[in-house]
Design a protein around this ligand. Structure first.
Ligand code: ADP
Ligand code: MG
Length: 231
């Protein structure tokens, strides 16, 4: 589903200095896989996730999403592919404070053409229902708990029926119990909707052993657990 081939990302820091954030990584995330990226701060996790999303251009190497080489597309084709295939869950907080829960979840649909208003409306309701927040349509983000807000972010990420969810530390700033709830929710969606998920987390307590764990250090993958199917 996502294939990174020999990916390197070097940031130019100016004055002739540079920093290698990701070094010659090869990684394949299969369809319907739930993978987590772990590693210390500064190890290159966010950079790798942004590379997988096509949000950062690699210095060298290839990024393919569902068989399409992202950097052979023009800007417009690339963002169309992203809108269609990928839902993003960024670090908390990422809701727009002046919009209600309903309006926040509606947002991604406004970037896609040809959607019937009725369908979109039903879809917002369905998405909020799937994260257990049907009661909070008209609330503003500040009126919700941190965990509820992050559920709204998940609902928003699902709005365009993506096949892939990319999440960068979606549970940081949450207490442990809420954190596990969000992980559970993502896992549940992964199972129910067959979503492919790549998630950066610092949580060591993972919901199930079937989750593949990829550990980064200094821009490289240093450890990987294969998904333990029978565990
Ligand atoms: P992580 O998410 O694991 O904390 P990052 O991918 O954010 O790691 O960062 C990896 C390295 O790249 C760090 O040393 C960081 O300072 C550097 N870095 C990240 N983004 C940029 C940028 N836009 N410009 C320059 N250096 C960056
Ligand atoms: Mg990061």
């Amino acid at each position: 589903m996502i294939v990174l081939k020999d990916i390197t990302k070097i940031y130019d820091l100016g004055k002739g200095s540079s920093l290698t954030a990701v070094h010659e990584i090869n990684l394949e995330i299969c369809r319907n896989e739930f993978a987590v990226l772990v590693g210390r701060s500064g190890s290159g996790k966010t950079t790798l996730l942004n590379l997988a999303a096509g949000l950062t251009r690699p210095t060298s190497g290839q990024v393919c999403v569902d068989g399409v080489d992202l950097w052979t597309l023009n800007d417009q084709q690339q963002s169309a592919l992203r809108n269609k295939k990928i839902g993003f869950v960024f670090q908390f907080p990422s809701l727009l404070p002046a919009l209600t829960v309903y309006e926040n979840v509606l947002m991604p649909a406004s970037f896609t053409a040809e959607q019937r208003p009725n369908e979109v409306h039903e879809r917002v309701l369905a998405m909020l229902d799937s994260v257990g927040l049907s009661q909070k349509l008209d609330a503003y983000p500040r009126q919700l708990s941190a965990g509820q807000q992050q559920r709204v972010v998940v609902a928003r990420a699902l709005m365009n029926r993506p096949e892939i969810i990319l999440a960068d530390e979606p549970t940081s700033n949450l207490d442990e119990k809420t954190e596990l709830e969000i992980m559970d929710l993502l896992h549940d969606l992964h199972v129910r909707l067959g979503l492919t998920i790549l998630l950066v987390t610092h949580t060591t307590q993972l919901v199930t052993a079937e989750i593949r764990k990829i550990e980064m250090a200094e821009g490289q993958i240093v450890n990987q657990s294969a998904a333990a199917v029978n565990a």
